[in-house]
Design a protein around this ligand. Structure first.
Ligand SMILES: C[S@@+](CC[C@H](N)C(=O)[O-])C[C@H]1O[C@@H](n2cnc3c(N)ncnc32)[C@H](O)[C@@H]1O
Length: 203
């Protein structure tokens, strides 16, 4: 079950060209509560952060407002352009770039990388490439905060569903897995909110 969002870059690009970001189901204008709480618990209040698959850029902007040095990437050029325009208009300094995480061209490492709804797009055969590429982007001792749909989510449409065992199996070689907790995905028009897993990992 799941996987209907697909991982075709052209499809994502068309979506961002044709639709307003505020109408997208994952759109959430504030910092996602799981990220907010994890940062507080880990005592992280600044440093460099990469918002992987930034989409509407809301998480990148919320982190920039909190004083983080933010880089934000997405496979969709239009998503990046729209988010960069909004950030500029809001007076926020964010380094927005187009980047496909499966063919990563970003040569940098960050104190923190966040993934809100990206890993769960990819089918099993692409997940190890994702892990390999993301692991180069998290500096030694840095954190990866990852939020994905949970295996407990029963609706038919949407991305792949992940089980904690699958997260451990894929990430344990490159990361220390500090916690995997049950959560939900706040966004537009999705009631009840889809069930999620929220994962905290350290490099
Ligand atoms: C579910 S949306 C989440 C967007 C954003 N993180 C948020 O929470 O609002 C998934 C995002 O992943 C992006 N994406 C899909 N495949 C990608 C890839 N291979 N590399 C980078 N971004 C990708 C899409 O364009 C889309 O913006």
């Amino acid at each position: 079950m799941g996987g209907s969002e697909g991982d075709d870059p052209d499809r994502w690009e068309r979506m961002y060209r044709d639709e307003d970001v505020e109408t997208m189901s994952w759109y959430y204008p504030e910092l996602d509560p799981d990220f907010r709480e994890a940062l507080a618990e880990l005592g992280i209040s600044g440093g460099s952060v990469l918002d992987l698959c930034t989409g509407p850029g809301t998480q990148a902007m919320a982190l920039a407002q909190r004083g983080f040095m933010v880089t934000a990437t997405d496979v969709s050029a239009t998503a990046v352009e729209k988010a960069a325009t909004l950030a500029r208009e809001s007076g926020l300094k964010i380094d927005f770039r187009r980047n496909d995480i499966l063919r990563n061209r970003l040569e940098a490492s960050f104190d923190l990388v966040i993934d809100r709804g990206c890993f769960h797009i990819f089918p099993p055969e692409k997940r190890d490439v994702y892990v390999e590429n993301v692991s180069t982007l998290v500096g030694a001792g840095g954190y990866l905060l990852l939020k994905c749909f949970s295996y407990r989510e029963k609706r038919k449409e949407g991305p792949f569903r992940l089980h904690p065992d699958e997260i451990r199996r894929r990430f344990a070689g490159a990361f220390e897995i500090l916690s995997i907790s049950e959560s939900s995905f706040p966004g537009n028009d999705r009631k009840p909110q889809p069930l999620a897993l929220f994962c905290v990992m350290r490099r």
